[in-house]
Design a protein around this ligand. Structure first.
Ligand code: AHG
Ligand code: MN
Ligand code: MN
Length: 322
């Protein structure tokens, strides 16, 4: 990025990564404006194709990918891996970094005016694209997301706590709003797509059933439930007031490892959650120690308030020992 007006306050951002974060922020400002026009702009939710995973691609998925790719091309990013592209693209051959991205998360919410997002992960680049992205989540240099909602916020960790920036839409600048975002340790709110209950494995069913049983059940307290259908919106709510999110593996064809992709969905969200004092697992084991075996490989994901994530893991261990 050259002599543009600042799009984000870089005071707390590690200097070597600042140009990439500025470029991500610049694309996010553009994308937020497109999303904000809704049906006054072009048809954002129209289906235009299918991605590698067989998901339908909406016009906005493709447009978002192009916006981020164009900005990343102007930085020290060597490899760009996107949900919307089969394989990683080489950008700046001598570049030191790699970016994995879900340019538009929560596509099913585009047309209904519900929060959607972008999820990103930054790694140091190796000579081989696969070797760059297929490594433990703990090797990320940064992980974060942008939420396009009633306000637009950029949340990011560089491994030393979690920063939150809020977009001043009049000025087109992300302003630092929080320097140490924390997930409350305890919370009584869970998020899971309950329509899949009949496909769940016993530990997940046991956890959710205990929540639903409320004060009369084994947990001895009432729980609340939310399911937005945008991982970013769930993550942001959990970062704001606690709770737990589950997208487990289930018995549906193709869902043995859930729905969410490790490299550009689970890993960065896990990094943020853990840096905010929460936990992130595949149901049992910490996600930060794990790595994908393919760019678009899925992973079960459970994250949020430490006490609830531990309870899910405890039930997995207890039921396995029977
Ligand atoms: P994407 O729009 O990038 O494909 O991601 C959608 C994901 C995630 O945001 C959400 O948590 C989940 O899919 C919703 O899945 P269900 O439709 O199975 O509930
Ligand atoms: Mn997604
Ligand atoms: Mn997406």
């Amino acid at each position: 990025m050259t002599s543009h007006a600042p799009v984000i306050d870089t005071a707390h951002i590690p200097a070597p990564l600042a140009p990439i974060i500025e470029a991500l922020a610049a694309a996010a400002v553009e994308l937020d404006a497109v999303i904000g026009r809704g049906p006054l702009g072009q048809s954002l939710g129209a289906q235009v194709g299918e991605n590698t995973d067989g998901d339908t691609q909406k016009a906005l998925d493709v447009q978002a990918d192009e916006m981020f790719a164009a900005r990343m091309r102007q930085t020290d990013v060597r490899w760009y891996a996107s949900e919307e592209q089969d394989s990683a693209q080489e950008m700046t051959p001598q570049g030191a970094y790699a970016v994995a991205i879900d340019p538009l998360d929560g596509s099913s919410n585009i047309d209904v005016n519900v929060s959607i997002g972008t999820i990103f992960s930054i790694l140091d680049a190796r000579d081989d694209a696969e070797a760059t992205f297929l490594r433990p989540a703990s090797e990320q240099l940064a992980g974060g997301y942008v939420i396009y909602g009633p306000h637009c916020a950029l949340v990011v960790t560089f491994g030393d706590g979690v920063l939150m920036f809020v977009l001043d839409r009049e000025k087109g600048v992300f302003v630092l709003a929080e320097t140490a975002l924390r997930i409350p340790d305890e919370a009584r709110e869970f998020a899971i797509n309950a329509s899949n209950r009949r496909h769940w494995k016993d530990p997940v069913r046991a956890y959710v059933d205990a929540c639903l049983a409320g004060a009369d059940g084994p947990r001895g307290c009432d729980f609340n439930m939310r399911w937005v259908g945008s991982l970013v919106a769930e993550a942001h709510r959990i970062l704001s007031r606690g709770g737990v999110f589950l997208y487990p593996g289930d018995a549906r064809q193709g869902y043995a490892r859930g729905r969410l992709r490790m490299v550009y969905e689970c890993a960065p969200i896990a990094f943020v959650a853990e840096q905010a004092g929460g936990l992130a697992t595949d149901g049992q084991a910490s996600l930060m120690a794990q790595q994908a075996d393919g760019l678009h490989a899925r992973s079960p994901l459970v994250f949020g308030s430490a006490e609830e994530v531990r309870e899910v893991a405890r039930l997995h261990a207890e039921i396995a020992a029977r």
